[in-house]
Ligand binder design. Structure first.
Ligand SMILES: *Cc1c(COP(=O)(O)O)cnc(C)c1O
Length: 524
């Protein structure tokens, strides 16, 4: 029966080799067919390209189709948004390192699962060692006392961190033991403190954990986008006065839009003074630890009780490679599970340690393996150079935006993201502020969709709060192989798309053309 060969075992590599050759060929052909960062034609075009492959009869034919792997891989590549293209720069969506993807294939072939020792003897050791190394890297005072676990990413790390904080505060202040319901006297009173620009997954986690999404108290950020520690201090004091119970302070090391890093050392001191655990969401900024230049931004990270890292961001891993670290092993105790068929006590006592009790998941891939391969292949300096290079590209983009009359920079980049907007001709300060904003929002939103529809660029879009806020474009630069010329080209595409959108909105015929505007004429 074709396709029923197995990936593992001594014969696994032999079964895989021809299939890999097929996959690699199809990846190339698909990428060539795409011819850019994403397929042209927008959602309708993509649906059309995939239509014949996705009918019920094509998805599950009565008899198997030996060309399935080739055809579907080709289609996947042809319809991908490919972060290896320098013009694909919207999200924290990295081009994975080939060495990491290859390592991941080894995992996919052997299929270890970390929920019990007997499904992953080596995998268990590898994850434990990588976690130990990362605990040291974040600067925990006693890395030997630290524990951690690989997660699917920042979302799961945040959920787990808040779960651990919730259970700790319920045990400490309400004598609630392991997993019992939230008692009436605690209901609606637990609060989580984070900056107003912290990741949305915190509010969702708070909801999932039965604290309500409103339990997350948003603290205003300072001019630089980072949490203002004095406001945090006041907020924590106010909460007690109001009868609330502070459960966790969450600092962000690298906000998703601006890359802003909260002042970790001052926040840690405040959290300690109020007796509240500190979780640092370093999903994005954690990668700065590899860079000698940028690591100082994370000063104080090791003072946290828990830290979330995403190596599928500034670590260039294929998804997923999240990590949750706890400075003290005891912090993870609410996750412990004793399951007769996975980790019986006598097995554990005999040294057959299972990682089941570190995770909310049961079956779990050893994502630590590709990380181990990557760290050793590149070394700290190799990864650091990649982080530095992306930071340099972001600074270059900021310079180009500053000197380009049709673009306006929001702020100097902290890590590798650049926020900016296209300045429409029609929004040059001659109308009311509100008109200008409406036009600017519409043109920026439309020009981004135009680039997507043409298949020429994937640029991010977000919104800034406040009177001067509104729609902004975002470059998230995570491709260390991009060049300055690539960035120049990408920004030129944005300007040209903006001109085309304005041209259309004005109902003008013929090719879009800008009237000349000088830098000094940029509206203030
Ligand atoms: C990306 C990100 C997350 C979410 O992480 P996932 O890996 O997508 O689950 C959480 N927090 C921050 C700051 C992030 O940048």
């Amino acid at each position: 029966m074709h396709g029923a060969e197995l990936a593992g075992g001594i014969d696994g590599p032999e079964a895989l080799a021809p299939l890999l050759a097929e996959v690699l060929g199809a990846l190339r052909i698909g990428a060539e067919a795409r011819g850019g960062p994403l397929p042209a034609g927008g959602p309708t075009g993509v649906a059309l390209l995939l239509r014949d492959l996705l009918t019920p009869a094509a998805l599950l034919p009565e008899t198997g189709d030996p060309d399935a792997l080739r055809e579907l891989t080709r289609a996947l590549a042809a319809t991908a948004a490919d972060p290896a293209d320098p013009a694909c720069a919207a999200h924290l969506h990295v081009p994975p390192l080939a060495v990491a993807s290859a390592a991941d294939l080894a995992v996919a072939a052997l299929n270890p699962s970390l929920d019990s020792w007997d499904q992953a003897p080596g995998g268990t050791e590898i994850e434990t060692a990588v976690v130990r190394l990362l605990a040291e890297t974040v600067g925990f005072a006693r890395p030997d006392a630290a524990r951690g676990v690989f997660t699917t990413g920042g979302t799961e790390s945040n959920l787990m961190a808040l779960l651990l904080a919730r259970d700790a505060v319920l045990a400490r202040e309400f004598a609630v033991q392991g997993g019992a319901a939230i008692p009436a006297e605690a209901a609606g009173r637990l609060r989580i403190f984070s900056s107003a620009t912290a990741h949305f997954s915190l509010a969702r986690a708070s909801g999932v954990l039965g604290l309500g999404t409103q339990a997350v108290v948003p603290i205003e950020v300072a001019e630089d986008g980072a949490l203002d520690p004095r406001l945090l201090d006041w907020s924590l004091a106010d909460a007690r006065t109001a009868g609330h119970v502070p459960c966790c302070v969450v600092a962000t090391a690298g906000t998703t839009d601006r890359g802003a890093v909260d002042p970790l050392r001052s926040i840690a001191a405040i959290a300690r003074r109020h007796g509240v655990p500190l979780h640092v969401d370093a999903a994005y900024g954690g990668g700065a630890l590899f860079s000698r230049t940028l690591a100082p931004l994370l000063d104080g990270l090791g003072l946290a009780d828990t830290v979330g890292l995403d190596l599928h961001k500034l670590g260039w891993q294929p998804v997923a490679a999240g990590v949750l670290l706890a400075a003290d092993a005891a912090t993870l105790s609410p996750l412990e599970q004793r399951v007769a068929y996975l980790n019986p006590a006598d097995d554990e006592e005999a040294g057959y340690t299972s990682l089941l009790g570190r995770s909310l998941r049961t079956t779990r891939r050893p994502d630590a393996f590709k990380v181990a391969v990557t760290l050793r292949t590149l070394g700290r300096s190799g990864l650091g150079a990649m982080v530095d290079r992306c930071h340099e590209l972001a600074r270059h983009a900021a310079r180009v935006i500053t000197s380009e009359p049709w673009l306006e920079l929001v702020a100097q980049p902290v890590l590798t993201t650049v926020l900016f907007r296209y300045l429409p001709e029609a929004a040059d300060g001659r109308g009311t502020g509100e008109d200008d904003r409406r036009v600017s929002d519409a043109v920026n939103a439309e020009l981004r969709r135009r680039l997507l529809a043409n298949g020429t660029a994937v640029v991010g879009r977000t919104e800034l709060p406040g009177a001067d806020g509104g729609v902004r474009l975002k470059l998230t630069l995570l491709n260390p192989h991009s060049t300055e010329a690539d960035i120049d080209r990408l920004l030129a595409l944005v300007v040209a798309a903006g001109a085309a959108v304005e041209h259309e909105r004005a109902g003008r015929a013929g090719p879009a053309q800008h009237r000349p505007r000088k830098t000094q004429e940029k509206p203030a």
